[in-house]
Design a protein around this ligand. Structure first.
Ligand code: GLC
Ligand code: CA
Length: 554
């Protein structure tokens, strides 16, 4: 494996709208991010991924871009962005933006021109089809509900949108469109950006010619997966994009990749893969249902372990996965992966260590380092996220009571992760002096950064120690490149694995409330990290408290 500049780094995702508001309008912004860079540097973060802050109507919170060359005024100005790039460089940090090029906004100039002249140049930037009475071009269901087809305003045509109708899909089959995308990527890289997180990228290749697939719900539509599993040849687009952009700049790219085929992994993230890395979503998709969120199965500690080990085995040393506990599309990991009622600083630290020590590039999502939790919703009026509203509708349609539907949505809503960052115990968690765009989690008085920074036993300081361990010159080689080998795989509610390089490390987490003991392979060991003040080791017998996690050097 060829070594790359980003392998030994630690990454952090910022959701700009909810990070820090510098001017009191209730919306997080770029000057706010700049003012918090030292907080991130202090934690040990190297790479920052910004969710979109380009000009956008924010129909899908910025994942609907109306100008790829500008910053939305709500987030700041282009000058602010240039300052952010400069300030990260000063601190030896790297900045990534979000590359959202499966679709743009219906308010983008290209789409406006396509409406004016659907048979002209820009009509071919999109997927347009003649409108037929009583029949849609295909029976695909949008990720956000309903048909993927919508009338193209002012014309007798319809356009394709696999996400919201305000997010028309871009036609990657058209070389002119691809040129525009590459031009934009290079423009940003020339400005000093270190790379991109690449949004929804598996959707850019459609199975052609378009056709219907077997319906999977009573609405007569089929999920997008049905079409995508038939799409062939995405590698030509991805390889071209790499060659024309990232490669020339030695940029870092991490793909939001779903449903790749195992034999394609080397093409995706091997040496000279399409991307530097891709996210491991094995845990987040566990228990999913075609029917909707209301039908999803909760994940147990044993499932969680299996998902992690499955991904690790699949990837081996082909390349680097990017490991996450949560992101802006998922509920808070501590509320999801820790059994109900057991969420506490110890269990949060255990989850952190088990995830952080996996082979791959660790990503922290804002607030994860504080142990931020899901927000209790008491009404759908408190929910902004478009996909949550659709899932609520689907649950009601399936016959759930409004209370049960709300419960289902509360568990999975993307807004759980989008509530404002909890900086301190002041009003609105110190996120804004105005009215926050989304309700602050009422637990901010006990969970916030100010109270954790100076507390050596806080979740924040545990993350800081994990990051420091990854960078410790003595252990770095092993933690970054060492092989991962599961241990005691069939032990219930226990997750343990070796990391083997020039050192041999053992990570052991007791994934339950009750104590549990294991017999270590060797009686002499060095404790590198422990989420409890004490450790019970008698000879080779290690007795662990509930949710105790230790990292040992054998
Ligand atoms: C990705 C983003 C998500 C967005 C979707 C459409 O999944 O992470 O937030 O809604 O793509 O752009
Ligand atoms: Ca603001």
């Amino acid at each position: 494996m060829i070594k790359k500049w980003w392998h030994d780094k630690v990454a952090y995702q910022i959701y700009p709208k909810s990070f820090y508001d510098s001017n009191g309008d209730g919306i997080g912004d770029i000057p706010g991010i700049i003012s918090k860079l030292d907080y991130l540097r202090d934690l040990g973060v190297d790479i920052i991924w910004l969710s979109p802050c380009y000009r956008s109507p924010l129909a899908d919170q910025g994942y609907d871009i109306s100008d790829y060359y500008d910053i939305d005024p709500r987030f700041g100005t282009m000058d602010d962005m240039m300052e952010l790039i400069a300030e990260t460089k000063k601190r030896n940090m790297y900045l990534l933006m979000d590359l959202v090029v499966n679709h743009c906004s219906d308010e983008h100039e290209w789409f406006q021109k396509a409406c004016q002249d659907p048979d002209g140049k820009y009509g071919n930037f999109f997927y347009l089809r003649e409108k037929q009475e009583g029949k849609l071009p295909t029976n695909w269901r949008s990720y956000f509900g309903g048909s993927v087809w919508e009338d193209l305003p002012g014309t007798n045509k319809q356009y394709l949108h696999v996400f919201h109708k305000k997010q028309p899909d871009l036609n990657w089959e058209n070389p002119q469109l691809r040129e525009e995308v590459y031009k934009n990527i290079n423009w940003w890289l020339d400005k000093g950006l270190s790379g991109f997180r690449i949004d929804a990228i598996m959707n850019i290749k459609k199975a052609l010619p378009f056709c219907d697939y077997e319906p999977d719900r009573a609405d007569g539509l089929c999920s997008m997966g049905a079409m995508l599993s038939q799409a062939k040849g995405i590698g030509e687009f991805l390889g071209e994009m790499r060659d024309r952009t990232f490669q020339k700049h030695d940029a870092f790219s991490v793909g939001e990749v779903f449903n790749e085929k195992p034999e394609e992994l080397p093409d995706f993230i091997g040496d000279n893969g399409y991307f530097s890395s891709m996210f491991d979503f094995n845990e987040t998709i566990f228990g999913g249902s075609e029917k909707g969120w209301y039908d999803c199965r909760p994940i147990t500690p044993d499932d969680y372990k299996r998902c992690c080990f499955e991904s690790q085995a699949k990837i081996g040393n082909i390349g680097f996965l990017s490991n996450i506990i949560e992101n802006h599309d998922e509920p808070r990991g501590v509320s999801r992966y820790i059994p109900d009622g057991d969420c506490c600083p110890e269990s949060k630290k255990m989850l952190a260590a088990l995830n952080f020590m996996l082979r791959g590039l660790p990503f922290i999502y804002q607030g994860q380092e504080l142990g931020m939790e899901n927000i209790p919703f008491t009404s759908m009026d408190q929910v902004d996220d478009i996909s949550s509203h659709e899932e609520y509708r689907v649950a009601l349609e399936a016959g759930l009571s409004p209370q049960d539907a709300l419960k289902a949505v509360s568990k999975f809503s993307r807004d759980n992760a989008r509530t404002p960052m909890q900086w301190n115990a002041q009003p609105n968690a110190g996120f804004t002096t105005g009215t926050p765009w989304l309700r602050v989690n009422p637990n901010y008085t006990s969970i916030n950064a100010a109270s954790q920074l100076d507390d050596p036993d806080s979740v924040w300081n545990f993350y800081k120690k994990l990051i420091a361990l990854r960078k410790d010159p003595v252990y770095k080689e092993t933690i970054v490149y060492g092989a991962l080998e599961p241990l005691w795989e069939n032990r219930h509610n226990l997750m343990a694995y070796y990391r083997k390089g020039d050192k041999t490390l053992l990570v052991v987490g007791n994934y339950q409330k009750q104590e549990q003991a294991v017999t270590l392979p060797s009686a002499s060991c060095n404790v590198l990290l422990n989420n409890y003040p004490d450790l019970s080791l008698e000879g080779p017998v290690l007795s662990l408290h509930g949710y105790q996690v230790v990292i040992l050097e054998l």
